[in-house]
Write a protein that binds this ligand. Structure first.
Ligand code: 5GP
Ligand code: MN
Length: 319
């Protein structure tokens, strides 16, 4: 449903707007923060009055340029509100409900479960990152993708593609990375900071999760969890659980990896990953969640043992 008309309209409404708010999903990851800051810097080049609004994010992104400009709350309304990397209204971090109050809304995304919730929607399902989808829009707006904009975009692309490893990575992605090296983006440093460096809490939390990992369905499903007590014990901060779900996926023979993280309200935030065959976004959708074919998530409000039982049942059906 991505017509050229939709893209043309988005360019037109951005050019016309003066006061613009940029929003992204709750628990923002590298693509959420990277694409938001890239668009913020780009719109600043166009002399727009821009706010970027986002929730707390992992400390590993504390190298991104202009991150101190991110606001926890924005204005009540904007001429234009843009949602990045967000599949649905329910997932949007918007403490003041300004998205709905704004005159015009746009969504730029790459989730196959996107609900087309804005006035104008540009969704590339096969894009490795919202940051990659955004490039086309920045170019159409004649925004210069300099070292700062490029650092934000590459951080989104690298983290959301597992370091160029997922099958959504195409020739354009590598060509863009090569261009970014030319403008001075330090790709190896982004890799090091986002994949290699771990906080102490992150290390301790993954040790707990590794010790608890169990196999199901002839070892084709790996599952582990952390409780809110574990999170308290290791003094976990935003993002310290990142990466735990990948351990299960990287075990030979495992097709689906599941990780549950208990929230303070007793619900479980579930992360699902798959390797080759299973569309885990379907598993997540069975619990009201969503995501991508190979990475999805949902929230389950059940006791741990029941949540695990239901998840294994839904995942096993799709093996
Ligand atoms: P993660 O496991 O890293 O939190 O999320 C993996 C993917 O699933 C992301 O693209 C994220 O947007 C999506 N996702 C995670 N949790 C939810 C959820 O509760 N609902 C929906 N619709 N998508 C989710
Ligand atoms: Mn993304």
């Amino acid at each position: 449903m991505n017509s050229q008309i939709e893209l043309d309209s988005i360019i037109e409404v951005i050019n016309r707007a003066e006061k613009i708010g940029i929003f992204t999903h709750v628990s923002p990851d590298g693509d959420a923060i990277g694409s938001s800051l890239a668009l913020y810097l780009g719109l600043k080049q166009l002399k727009k009055d821009v706010d970027v609004i986002a929730d707390e994010y992992s400390r590993c992104f504390n190298f991104l340029p202009y991150r101190e400009e991110i606001k926890a709350k924005g204005a009540k309304e904007y001429d234009l509100a843009i949602a990045l990397d967000c599949a649905s209204k329910g997932r949007l971090f918007d403490p003041k409900n300004s998205f709905d109050n704004s005159a015009v809304t746009v969504s730029i995304d790459h989730h196959s479960s996107n609900t087309y919730f804005a006035d104008y929607n540009y969704v590339e399902e096969n894009s490795p990152a919202a940051s990659k989808t955004l490039i086309k829009i920045l170019k159409r707006l004649n925004i210069s993708i300099n070292k700062e904009v490029g650092t934000c975009l590459m951080s989104g692309i690298i983290t959301d593609s597992g370091g160029f490893r997922y099958n959504t990575v195409d020739d354009e992605t590598f060509e863009f990375a090569a261009q970014m090296l030319d403008v001075g983006v330090n790709i190896s440093d982004i890799y090091y900071r986002t994949f290699d460096v771990k906080t102490k809490a992150q290390f301790e939390l993954s040790s707990i999760a590794n010790a608890r990992l169990k196999f199901y369905s002839n070892d084709r499903i790996a599952l582990t969890y952390v409780t809110s007590q574990d999170l308290k014990k290791v003094k976990a901060m935003a993002g310290d659980h990142e990466g735990i779900v990948n351990t299960g996926r990287n075990i030979e023979g495992v097709e689906i990896s599941i990780f549950l993280r208990e929230d303070v309200d007793g619900t479980y935030k579930v992360s699902l990953r798959s390797n080759d065959n299973v569309n885990v976004s379907e598993v997540a959708e069975a619990f009201g969640g969503g995501g991508h074919d190979r990475a999805a998530g949902c929230v389950i409000d059940l006791p741990l043992d029941k949540a695990i039982k239901k998840l294994i049942k839904e995942a096993t059906r799709r093996l």
